[in-house]
Design a protein around this ligand. Structure first.
Ligand SMILES: [Zn+2]
Length: 383
């Protein structure tokens, strides 16, 4: 697999900046990439390592295809920093066999980078690189380093090893120690617009345009989250899970059902979701968008009498104005909202907001969710 990829709008500035570094051959000891686009940051780091170590950088005549993707940027310049993808060094890096490309990431179960992982770097970077012009140490999720690991890294950065550069990947600058960030050249990756993100999902990952549109809105332009929601690089089937979550919440909200059964079900659901700690934040954020859609539709239809034609036309307007996120659930939601008590939607949004705040504390997830789900069943009109 090649680590070559489309250079989209969000990547333009980082690529231009890195290109200048390659051209001037003044490689900083440490770079810090921030932004909500893990895969793009990682791909860019690999591309950079390849460009620096490439044994025959691409001649301009052969590179026009890749270069045409970057719009107005000076094509001559960019061509000089593109790796050839076919020399010994490029192939080794692409196949993850290069001995001088070191990657550190958080342990999957614990989501933390430990001091032992950083200590290993003292040994692995103590001598010159095996074959690279410049060795790269890439630290993924650098913001998950615990205090000891961060201090150990600081020691390495204070006396940088020979022919070695570090690239730290993190979401936010302020999630790292200032003593570390001050030693790094910071390169910020901007999020994609929702439209660009949807197009990328369709073009690069063959996702249907309708689903791409929904997840680009649900993820608010966060490419990692959008990819997760369409099951790319995700162990969980989020396409199914999203549908399942919405069906559960709609079942709890729907009036005229057996309330004692719903109470029981709310407890079971709270216990199940409360145990899935890794998925909880994303699950709540999806439910929040679902309740927001319900609130928009409810508010828009609230003052109507029973004129069905008008209801249809208002729904169409809402869909076309792109305010609604979960377009695949509009019909189901609109069937329910007409039955909901007045102001129910506002109280439901308030309830999920409160639940979200409590989940950020040490409160028991199960108890917070129980309270939230039970409130959805018992909320009555404010009058
Ligand atoms: Zn090469």
């Amino acid at each position: 697999m090649h680590y070559s990829f489309n250079i989209n709008e969000g990547l333009m500035n980082p690529v231009i900046e890195l290109n200048e570094i390659v051209l001037n051959n003044k490689i900083p000891n440490a770079l810090l990439f921030t932004g909500n686009c893990g895969q793009d940051k990682k791909n860019t780091a690999i591309l950079f390592a390849k460009a620096i170590n490439c044994l025959s950088r691409i001649p301009i005549s052969n590179s026009m295809d890749s270069i045409s993707q970057v719009g107005s940027y000076n094509k001559m310049h960019l061509s000089e920093c593109l790796p050839c993808n076919s020399c010994r060094s490029c192939i080794k890096i692409d196949s993850k066999m290069h001995p001088d490309i070191i990657t550190i990431s958080s342990e999957p179960e614990k989501s933390v980078i430990k001091i032992a992982q950083i200590r290993e770097l003292f040994t692995s970077t103590s001598s010159k690189p095996h074959e690279a012009k410049m060795r790269m140490v890439m630290i993924e999720d650098a913001d998950t380093m615990n205090q000891e690991a961060a201090n150990a890294l600081l020691k390495i950065l204070e006396e940088p090893p020979e022919q070695t550069f570090f690239i730290l990947l993190a979401r936010e600058l302020n999630e790292l120690l200032p003593t570390i960030t001050s030693r790094c050249r910071h390169i910020r990756f901007k999020p994609l617009s929702q439209n660009d993100l949807a197009q990328k999902l369709v073009k690069d990952f063959n996702i249907s345009p309708s689903l791409a549109k929904i997840v680009s809105k649900s993820s608010n332009g966060n490419i990692d989250k959008a990819m997760m929601l369409v099951n790319i690089n995700s162990k969980i089937d989020w396409i199914k899970r999203r549908q399942w979550l919405f069906n559960q919440i709609i079942m709890l909200i729907k009036p005229n059902q057996n309330n004692s059964l719903k109470f029981l079900y709310a407890l079971v659901l709270a216990e199940k979701l409360g145990k899935e700690t890794q998925l909880l934040q994303d699950s709540i954020s999806l439910l929040k968008i679902c309740l927001r859609d319900i609130a928009i539709i409810k508010t828009s239809l609230e003052h109507l009498d029973s004129s069905c034609d008008l209801e249809k036309s208002i729904l169409e307007q809402l869909i076309n104005s792109e305010i609604i996120v979960n377009l695949d659930f509009v019909n189901l939601i609109s069937d329910i909202v007409v039955m909901l008590p007045k102001n129910y939607h506002l109280m439901a949004l308030d309830a999920i907001h409160k639940a979200e705040l409590k989940l950020q504390t040490n409160a028991s997830a199960r108890l917070v969710l129980e309270q939230f789900f039970l409130s959805l069943i018992s909320l009555k009109s404010l009058g």
